[in-house]
Design a protein around this ligand. Structure first.
Ligand SMILES: [Zn+2]
Length: 352
């Protein structure tokens, strides 16, 4: 199903490019700017089974996007500058803002050097438990379990299920099934319990993942000193905030931020909602982020920034630089807003 959806999206992006429709749609849907969303930036890997590939782009694809933006005369701004332009309604120049979620070490090793070539700033949203070395990146743990196992047994919706994971296609199908099941579980603890059991059965060291992939506080202190870098908050545990009781959701936002501020000795005023889609961030979370005093908060809902976005500063949409679509021909499609407009049924704002 996921593969099918990817193919449809790819065909849609391709169709927009080949018909030139993005040129016609640009004046209406390109808005005043774009917040780009990335996760990992690192060289391509050869493995056939890479179910989290959508979360990573290669440095050369990032370079191509930056070069494309520069060639169009689009300002690449800090998230503070974007906020300033929004509240001043200063839209005389188009802008792009780069945001990277979770605080991966490859952001420092591969993204920052490319950003530096263009003197372009970036904002990294840090999960405080990930920086602490105690976080659970369950989607990567699941990838490791499936990569390693030749079959997996799990109680899916109370039914004992055996999934074949002997070949890459079967692994992908099993991963999709387990991933979708885990995201429907009622609480974060349920996901963690199931993943911990899978990791124990298949010999995956769950805690090592966080320490291997994410920057520690010491590393973040040096990274944050770079003048191109802004650090934002991304909760304590990377839980689905919409599924938490209100006091827990507020705590995740406020304490996640406070831990970063005290470790890095600088104010943190921007937030990214973990997962950030409609089932993880809605009207209640937008209000909580506003009440917590964040200047902006970004979702993973696809969309461009329009002048009206200034009225919804804690519900900002982004454009994903998705590892499944690293084709330089889609760059003008992404900056035209045509793709996200299509996704949103040609609505400009989706902040409910
Ligand atoms: Zn995240």
């Amino acid at each position: 199903m996921k593969q099918f959806r990817n193919n449809v999206i790819r065909a849609g992006l391709g169709a927009l490019y080949f018909t030139g429709a993005h040129h016609l749609l640009r004046p209406i849907f390109s808005g005043v700017g774009t917040i780009f969303m990335l996760h990992h930036v690192r060289p391509r890997r050869d493995a056939e089974f890479q179910p989290n590939r959508h979360l990573e782009v290669a440095p050369d694809f990032l370079r191509a996007m930056l070069s494309h933006l520069r060639s169009r005369g689009i300002d690449i701004v800090t998230i503070d500058e974007m906020h300033q332009r929004l509240i001043e309604r200063n839209f005389s120049r188009r802008f792009a803002c780069f945001t990277l979620d979770d605080g991966y070490r490859d952001n420092r090793d591969f993204a920052l050097p490319v950003m530096r070539e263009f003197d372009a700033p970036l904002n990294v949203f840090v999960v405080s438990d990930f920086a602490e070395g105690t976080g659970k990146l369950w989607w990567i743990a699941l990838e490791m379990v499936v990569a390693r196992a030749s079959s997996i047994e799990a109680m899916i919706a109370d039914v004992a299920t055996r999934l074949d994971t002997s070949a890459p296609a079967a692994k992908q199908a099993a991963f999709d099934r387990l991933h979708d099941w885990l995201r429907t579980l009622p609480g974060e603890h349920d996901i963690q319990r199931e993943i911990a059991a899978l990791c124990a059965r298949h010999g995956v060291d769950e805690l090592a993942i966080c320490r291997e992939l994410c920057m520690s506080w010491d590393e973040l202190r040096l990274f944050a000193d770079d003048p191109l870098v802004t650090i934002g908050a991304h909760s304590i545990t990377h839980c689905n905030l919409a599924r938490q009781a209100e006091d827990i959701a507020s705590h995740e936002m406020a304490i996640g931020r406070a831990r970063i501020e005290s470790a890095l000795q600088r104010p943190v005023v921007h937030l990214a909602y973990p997962y950030g889609d409609k089932i993880a961030a809605g009207a209640r979370e937008f209000a909580l982020a506003r009440a917590a005093g964040f200047k902006t908060a970004v979702t993973t809902r696809p969309g461009m920034i329009f002048p009206e976005s200034a009225d919804h500063l804690t519900a900002l949409p982004r454009v994903s630089l998705n590892g499944n679509y690293q084709d330089t021909r889609i760059l003008p499609v992404l900056t035209s807003g045509a793709a996200t407009a299509m996704w949103n049924g040609f609505r400009r704002i989706d902040a409910a």
